[in-house]
Write a protein that binds this ligand. Sequence first.
Ligand code: GRF
Length: 198
Amino acid sequence: MQKLNLGFLASHSGSNMLAIINNVLSGSLQANLCALISNNSSSGAMEKAKAAGMPCYHVSEKTHLGATAEAIISIFSSHNVDTIVLAGYMKILDKSVIEHFGGRVLNIHPTLLPKYGGEGMYGINVHKAVIEAKEKKSGATIHLVNPEYDKGRILAQSEVDVLPEDTPESLAKRVLAVEHILYSETLRKISIGEIIIP
Ligand code: GRF
């Protein structure tokens, strides 16, 4: 078993990060909660990380003009992060960061990739597109991050039904509930070697 040293990047509410924190605190996931970096100083993610006592940092083009990638590398390295968890991070991650951490960068996407990924496919847009296409199933995907949007190797997926009466909001809620389970489950499988990442 390898106890993962997790570094989070999040921009908004941080509910996926919180689900992971809670699983670590309850002992159902063996990992170290090293640090959160957010590009948004007033994000829910920042509040949640602070409340959990996890070191948090604000790194954006405002705080680190032209040097956000260097800042991310330096902060995560100083906390011995070995695995980066993107949890609703709305910025493109520079490839220098991915390379520095040897490709151990995970993301969660609220569809069954490769469907409904790529540019513009975020937030409620994603669920609108799924409903408009009359899909019967949607879900969540955990994948490795590479420099191409939503194109890295898929590590795990979890399906939900799309119901006839669904609105984008109701579907988003159902998908988010499975995201909260899937992320920790995938990290647990990585830590016990059941899922292999670089
Ligand atoms: C999730 O739906 C995730 O799939 C996507 O961004 C959203 C983040 O939600 N990448 P939260 O901030 O974890 O609540």
